[in-house]
Design a protein around this ligand. Structure first.
Ligand SMILES: NC(=O)c1ccc[n+]([C@@H]2O[C@H](COP(=O)([O-])OP(=O)(O)OC[C@H]3O[C@@H](n4cnc5c(N)ncnc54)[C@H](OP(=O)(O)O)[C@@H]3O)[C@@H](O)[C@H]2O)c1
Length: 177
């Protein structure tokens, strides 16, 4: 699938590859992120982004925060169930084709792909350019996975790795074309 934008992943995981506990709990991640004592490059990353694309799961998790975490950003939500127009802060798309069309019409060039299922959809469709994975030192054993089945290998080039406080390790990869 070709798209007129570049998509990036910027996400935190447990060492065994989960992005949330089965009930959506993120305290295991946020507590270690805070212990690392830095913003882990998030502000710099987000400054270069035109739109966030997330799945319904990540959108609904965002609604549970004390304040809307995507203030001032263009937010696209992929969902077959959410009612379009119900939340004026987001635009709902039913599938990847309609999402790509909508973002192209809006002139979006740099996309932040967020949420496990969305990232897996983007990877399978060949839409991801780079991934920054922040790994915190804990094994959860179970939870919502970051990665899953693919139609074939996705070969990556390692760009850099940074070690933060509290054993937090962040690596950036680009997807080989
Ligand atoms: N660790 C981190 O840094 C981090 C980052 C982001 C999110 N999270 C956590 O991850 C959890 C959510 O992740 P998740 O894996 O459940 O998934 P998600 O990708 O956020 O949401 C999944 C939902 O998005 C919709 N969707 C995804 N791909 C689609 C496609 N190609 N076409 C149409 N709809 C599509 C579907 O909604 P419908 O069922 O409505 O069709 C699907 O059920 C939350 O608990 C959140 O807090 C963690």
């Amino acid at each position: 699938m070709t798209a007129p934008f570049t998509a990036s992943v910027f996400i935190g995981t447990s060492l065994d590859g989960f992005i949330a506990r089965p009930d959506g709990d993120l305290a295991w991640l946020t507590s270690r992120g805070e212990a690392a004592g830095e913003d882990l490059g998030y502000q710099e990353f987000i400054a270069g982004i035109d739109a966030v694309v997330m799945g319904r799961g990540t959108y609904e998790a965002g609604l549970r925060f004390d304040s809307w975490p995507y203030e001032g950003m263009r937010v696209a939500v992929l969902s077959t169930r959410l009612e379009p127009g119900a939340d004026p802060r987001v635009t709902v798309y039913r599938d990847l084709d309609r999402l790509i069309e909508g973002l192209a019409e809006s002139g979006v060039k740099r996309v932040y792909a967020d949420g496990g299922q969305v990232i897996r959809s983007f990877l399978r469709a060949g839409l991801i350019h780079d991934l920054t994975i922040t790994t915190v030192p804990v094994l959860l054993g179970t939870g919502l996975p970051l990665f899953g089945p693919l139609d074939g290998d996705v070969s990556l080039t390692h760009r850099f790795t940074q070690v933060f406080g509290a054993g937090v390790v962040q690596s950036t990869y680009t997807v080989d074309s």
